[in-house]
Write a protein that binds this ligand. Sequence first.
Ligand code: NAP
Ligand code: MG
Length: 403
Amino acid sequence: MEKIKMPKPIVEIDGDEMTRIIWSMIKDKLLLPYIDLNTEYYDLGLVNRNVTDDSVTVQCAYAIKKHKVGVKCATITPNAQRMGEYNLKSMWKSPNATIRGILDGTVFREPILVKNIAPTVSTWKKSIIIARHAYGDVYSAKEYRVTSAGKLKAEFVFKDGKTEDIQGFDFDSEGIVQIMHNKDKSIESFARSCFNFALDRNMDLWFSAKDTISKQYDHHFKDIFADIYEKEYADRFKKAGIEYFYTLIDDAVARVVRSEGGFIWALKNYDGDVMSDMVSSAFGSLAMMTSVLVSPQGEYEYEAAHGTVTRHYYRHLKGEKTSTNPIATIFAWTGALRKRGELDNSDRLVTFADNLEASCIESIEQGYITKDLQNLVTGEKNTVMNTEDFINKIAERLEEKVK
Ligand code: NAP
Ligand code: MG
């Protein structure tokens, strides 16, 4: 077979530890034999972030803005222990936070479904994609401990010096206070990212919040979504035959567990944090969860939802063969290749991505698995493999499909 050409590049963002090892295995065994891989490479391994004073992270985010599609390997977010381990000049910020800040995107998390791993919720047949707003609310709230009776008074000072009093709670004894915020601009880009993603995937979009109780705050989210939908998306949704609907979060939770799945569920920051853990564990395993950052301008960055799998890496360094699951990282690549193919009208690239995903799913469904799936899969005859053998198994199947 003639190798697939890529006229335009994907931004390739390398990372750390076990996922960095898996990254090059995936390229060598599953991609390079079939594709003239055209990537603009950025090394976001912690060593190189430190050497470049983290400027490489900013550069890769601007490269995604330029080329529209990126694929990212998991990276270490440094903490005190990593400072010593890597002899760091500074405790560099989370690369994901830096990239998200520049692209201003929303993170969509999607489980990879296989027939022999049954979701804990028996009605779920299709995936549920969580869209979490990743700005503001309790994550950047000001908190205050009230130590005796009194009244809370707050004042908003406008730029021109005018002020407005905000009436707070009358405390008859000790208590606690929390003040949180969000910005229209951020909520608007969250809404647009969700609407674009729903159109992209041809799936219904649900949005839920607690507007009945939070009449200003949550209601404002609801209004912004409704306004942008009517003005910019209603026609396109109708044409695509998909639906946007808002419902109270209580109602959404009740509907979700009785649903078949097959929709995108947009949630405020805290709700999305909690619900994505619920949905991902009910679908199976973190190693089977993909994640894509979508900007309101339609730039896409694909990655696995899990981290660098440090414990396995330390075993790898001792010369042990580990059974680390490469599926979510492979799906990050297929997501990016498919998107590149769609943007450039390259059917061959799209078909290749489909074939590679099918090869992964079929391998698992036939009982070839990594250790993390051992207690999740049904069926008697399952073979637990190390990462390399597992990737070889997928490669065999891929070879069959593309020859
Ligand atoms: P993690 O790398 O996701 O791993 C946590 C545990 O989950 C592993 O020890 C392993 O359990 C299991 N696991 C995760 N992915 C797996 C896979 N593909 N195959 C098999 N098992 C898998 O999370 P972490 O240990 O909290 O974080 C490690 C590093 O990753 C940290 O430096 C963190 O900053 C970084 N991180 C990066 C990202 C990102 O770049 N998006 C996200 C999260 C964390 P067992 O050891 O029990 O087998
Ligand atoms: Mg969480």
